[in-house]
Design a protein around this ligand. Structure first.
Ligand SMILES: [Cu+2]
Length: 302
């Protein structure tokens, strides 16, 4: 019985590890749509496939190379602030290389390995493009042009490049570096991770301890101080109006309250307040009536 159980556990473990490594292979299911465009119904696509036409300026294929590029969230972990990445950020090939790219998408979303700037007479829209809905693998072949040039390789799914899925491919010596290649070139918009929250809090605390007592409150809680000031100004405005009303009403109230007990005074004040509220409500309802009756006049008659 124990043997049977352990055999069962082993089988489960084995199949689980098999499942973990399983990628859908698109290569055998692709349909050729012509012009180097291949695709299948499972989300795999190749565009700009060219395994045999030499680009102008290439007398022959200089080298035949094969690379495997992995794409996924986990490759972005070493780049702070990025979400997606290829496992390689820079590629180098001789001019006129026949290059086969095996693209392995390890995420459960769609990713691309899209190369730009190729000669348009040979590659539609100047692109060579592998696309896979993962986790899956897709392969494509192209022949690189002659000359020293740096080509952009990226994933064109919205925000995937901005979030790190960007690389450069240099043919020959290339012609410079592209910006914002994770780990290779500086970001155009750099994230600042130097000032982390705990450090800021510690800094504020030290400043508070070293500062004189009044400055401490300001250093620790600048936003509340600001809002208190705002409230102050509002209150002072209301207070001024209240004071003015009070001053105007004082002689009248003084006469009215003469000879009353405290409870009578309170009752009178409530009466006055109620009368005032009723007046306000009456005025408001009259105003609303007038507005709505005007509206009725404006509306066309049925
Ligand atoms: Cu992507």
């Amino acid at each position: 019985m124990v043997k049977l159980l352990s055999a069962g556990i082993l089988m489960v473990l084995f199949s689980a590890s098999e499942m973990a490594q399983e990628y859908e292979e698109h290569d055998s299911m692709l349909m050729d749509h012509g012009d180097g465009h291949l695709m299948d119904m499972a989300g795999g696509m190749v565009m700009g496939q060219n395994a045999d036409t030499l680009p102008g300026g290439c007398d022959s294929i200089s080298e035949t190379r094969e690379i495997t590029v992995h794409a996924g969230h986990k490759y972005a972990e070493k780049f702070p602030g990025r979400m997606f990445a290829f496992d390689t950020q820079e590629f180098n090939f001789k001019p006129c290389t026949k290059l086969t790219v095996h693209f392995v998408n390890e995420d459960n979303v769609r990713h691309q390995w899209m190369m730009h700037g190729l000669p348009k007479y040979l590659y539609p829209k100047g692109m060579f493009h592998l696309e896979a809905t993962g986790p899956s693998k897709i392969s494509g072949t192209l022949i690189l042009p002659p000359g020293d040039k740096t080509y952009l390789v990226h994933c064109d799914i919205a925000q995937h490049m901005e979030k790190g899925m960007k690389a450069q491919l240099k043919v020959g010596k290339g012609d410079g570096d592209l910006p914002s290649i994770p780990g290779v070139t500086a970001y155009v918009v750099a994230d600042d991770y130097k000032a982390t929250l705990p450090e800021l809090a510690a800094k504020a605390e030290t400043e508070a301890l070293n500062a004189p007592p009044i400055a401490v409150a300001a250093a620790i809680t600048p936003p509340p101080v600001k809002s208190v000031q705002q409230e102050d100004s509002v209150i002072s405005g209301v207070t001024v109006i209240g004071l003015a009303l009070g001053l105007l009403a004082a002689p009248f109230l003084a006469r009215k309250f003469k000879g009353m007990s405290v409870s009578e005074v309170v009752a009178t004040i409530f009466d006055l307040l109620r009368a005032f509220m009723e007046l306000v409500v009456k005025l408001l309802s009259r105003l609303i009536n007038r507005v709505s009756s005007n509206k009725n006049k404006i509306l066309p008659e049925k």
